[in-house]
Design a protein. Structure first.
Length: 388
């Protein structure tokens, strides 16, 4: 259920329905009045959110903020499409489960300690991306991605001065600074990018809407920054939307072409395996069509995506054109691999899946390939057999 509080809203049910539709289409302002939103576990009743929300989801208590307390250099430069929210549930979870994480290599220093240092050095930090999204999905987040209102070279310098060169790296390709040491997982360190690349970027440079939100929890703040303006609505609906001003394929083409666009297309299926669905048929057809073209042009790019995303420690071999995975990893990630294949089959269709994708994602698992190739997955009422 949505509770909409505004003294100026019309009382008639028909007019209220118009207001609700206007809210969904245009954001949080109706006739100049800002609407406060509350989402409860039975939000599906009005059809605004089409799913039951898990009790640990921030969708339970998310509230609109009309006057966010953000650094002025950020607030004054953000686009008017940006929306602001708060969630006590999300804040409590991050305070107890994320800020308290030790960062590998920093002698017991926590994520909160890193935030405090960055902030004191003029690099105001925000959580960003998947960690924010997962607060609404009720999922435990993995890696810690951060955006700061300074350039990555300043972050790198602060890191070296504070924790030593061995705990600091910079990637001039992805434009990220890494704080900490990656011992067994990317979750062991903190990735920091500049807010210039996201907060003030055109929509074409963002990821899917649900992956394009930031969270300010510095000091007493509790501000979710919905950069595309519909990320919160989409994640609470578990919808995948390409950020766009008008939803046209022309604007999507601009989005797709930024940084070649291939990685954006492929990450669609990372969201699918989190049980998100495309917001409409047009979105699914667009992503599938251009992914097929990308696979036809460079099948190795999709193989690498599958290898790295599903198995993590898997090693893509360009000579054998297969993902070579240690047996233990292969067995541990068996259900994850099957979930990807389920959505590949559903989204690409049986003919393309069996005729093209099976060969593209073929994997060797050091002796467990024969075991995995006999597994079957029941999806959409169809029994699927996978050769791995």
């Amino acid at each position: 259920m949505f509770w909409i509080h505004s003294a100026s809203l019309p009382a008639a049910a028909a007019a209220t329905a118009v207001v609700v539709l206007a809210f969904l289409q245009q954001g949080l302002l109706v006739d100049g009045t800002r609407i406060k939103v509350h989402l409860s576990p039975d939000v599906g009743r009005l059809g605004l959110v089409s799913r039951q929300v898990p009790p640990e989801s921030a969708c339970i208590d998310v509230q609109v903020i009309s006057e966010p307390n953000l650094p002025q250099d950020i607030l004054s430069n953000l686009n008017e499409r940006v929306r602001y929210y708060s969630s006590v549930q999300a804040k409590d979870y991050i305070d107890t489960s994320i800020f308290t994480r030790s960062v590998t290599g920093l002698d017991g220093k926590t994520v909160r300690d890193v935030f405090n240092v960055l902030s004191s050095e003029g690099c105001y930090p925000f959580f960003y991306g998947g960690l924010v999204r997962d607060q609404f999905l009720g999922r435990q987040p993995g890696d810690v991605d951060v955006e700061a209102n300074c350039d990555i070279y300043t972050v790198y310098s602060v890191c070296i001065t504070t924790w030593g060169e061995k705990n600091c790296k910079i990637n001039n390709v992805t434009l990220r600074a890494h704080i900490g040491q990656e011992e067994s997982s990317p979750d062991d360190l903190i990735d920091v990018a500049s807010t210039d690349a996201t907060f003030f970027a055109p929509l074409s440079e963002l990821e899917y809407t649900v992956n394009s939100m930031a969270y300010d929890l510095n000091d007493a703040n509790n501000v979710i920054v919905d950069i595309p303006g519909n990320g919160v609505i989409d994640v609470c609906n578990k919808s995948i939307r390409i950020p766009s001003d008008d939803g046209s394929e022309t604007s999507w083409d601009q989005w797709r072409m930024v940084d070649s666009g291939i990685s954006k297309l492929y990450r669609f299926w990372k969201l699918r395996t989190k049980d998100l669905t495309p917001i409409n048929t047009m979105t699914l057809e667009y992503v599938v069509r251009y992914t097929m073209m990308a696979i036809e042009s460079d099948p190795n790019s999709f193989r690498k995506f599958y290898c790295n995303t599903v198995y993590g420690s898997g090693n893509y071999n360009s000579q054998t054109m297969m993902c070579e995975v240690p047996k233990e990893t292969c067995l541990n990630e068996q259900s994850k691999a099957n979930k990807y294949k389920q959505y590949f089959f559903e989204d690409f269709g049986e003919a393309y899946y069996n005729g093209t994708l099976v060969a593209v994602i073929k994997t060797t698992c050091d002796g467990c390939a024969s075991l995995l190739s006999s597994l079957v997955l029941v999806a959409m009422g169809v029994v699927l057999s996978f050769g791995i």
